[in-house]
Design a protein around this ligand. Structure first.
Ligand code: PHE
Ligand code: ZN
Ligand code: ZN
Ligand code: ZN
Length: 303
């Protein structure tokens, strides 16, 4: 998601009466009855300037301000899809997730069709093996509207169910055309123990495949956010979003310095042509490796 934070309104059950898309620059969330002035301000529209649009929203009209607002969608209901192995210790699960939604502005094939398909493939391949620990897959809804699906899922877990998820691994954007091997830097003291172990597994994987990696902020911009906030260790990797590749990173990974890792991030051109297949393949192997490791054992992993 673009801002990694849920608007105060979007999180309330049934409160998302209107979702207002800002023209290509991100998304706003508000309700018909209660538009959010904070979010309007975020996009450079003053409260005063936005007042006419808000009035139209209140009147139930489609807002005409095309330059600022693309569309209005009302009363959306979405679903998470969660699947778990029949086998394995059901008290000790490794969970992994990708988001199945895209932004309204584009088809979202890299973001996050790439992660969603990788999870499907790993789930399919996993049927050939037996597992010691249970493996749980999540395809999240509403990530782009403020991590809504994953947030809801974690919030509704009882303490007992929360305790069964030993680890959450986030796989969002695995095939960025101008990719970097980005590992979430889960060193922050505030993160639950276990996140560091996961981070080190990713680093080991890239190194043993003769690949470079960079650490990126673990700042809540994807679905791991709710997990770590509820005491479940988390981490993940990504191939890069709207960040600009540096000269050093171009030396490490190839590709073009000065351009976004994904030049089609949150745009109409995020199609099947927008994928780096080599990066996707390697990252899919990493996903499989992470599942295999923790499906086999949590030995040496903090309680
Ligand atoms: N989660 C962001 C999105 O779906 C993309 C992102 C991935 C941002 C990784 C930072 C790091 O839009
Ligand atoms: Zn987003
Ligand atoms: Zn996105
Ligand atoms: Zn995403």
């Amino acid at each position: 998601c673009t801002f990694g934070q849920k608007s105060a309104l979007a999180g309330k059950a049934g409160a998302v009466a209107a979702v207002i898309y800002n023209n290509g620059q991100g998304s706003l969330s508000g309700t018909l009855g209660e538009p959010s002035p904070d979010h309007v301000a975020t996009f450079g529209l003053s409260r005063e300037d936005s007042e006419p649009y808000i009035e139209e929203l209140r009147a139930g009209k489609t807002v005409a301000a095309k330059a600022y607002i693309d569309s209005i969608v009302e009363n959306i209901k979405t679903v998470n899809i969660v699947a778990q192995t029949n086998g394995g210790d059901a008290e000790n699960c490794v969970m992994l997730g990708a988001h199945s939604d895209s932004v309204a502005e584009g088809p979202g094939i890299n973001d996050d069709g790439s992660g969603s398909l990788t999870l499907l493939e790993v789930a399919t391949q996993l049927t050939k093996y037996s597992v010691n620990n249970c493996v749980r897959f999540g395809w999240w809804a509403g990530e782009e509207e403020g991590l809504l699906g994953s947030d809801y899922y974690v919030a509704m877990l009882s303490t007992e169910e929360n305790g069964k998820i030993r680890l959450f691994m986030d796989y969002d954007m695995l095939a960025s055309p101008n990719y970097a091997n980005q590992v979430y830097d889960a060193t922050n003291e505030a993160n639950p123990t276990g996140s560091q172990e996961l981070r080190d597994l990713y680093i080991d994987f890239y190194q043993s495949n003769d690949q470079n990696y960079t650490l990126i902020p673990f700042d809540g911009r994807s679905d791991y956010d709710a997990f770590i906030k509820h005491g479940i260790p988390g981490g993940g990797i990504a191939a890069g979003a709207e960040g600009v590749k540096t000269k050093e990173e171009a030396e490490m990974f190839g590709g073009k310095a000065g351009e976004w890792f994904d030049p089609c991030y949150h745009q109409l051109c995020d199609t099947v042509d927008n994928l780096n297949l080599a990066a996707w393949e390697l990252n899919s192997k990493l996903v499989a490796h992470s599942v295999a490791t923790f499906a086999r054992s949590f030995d040496g992993f903090p309680e």
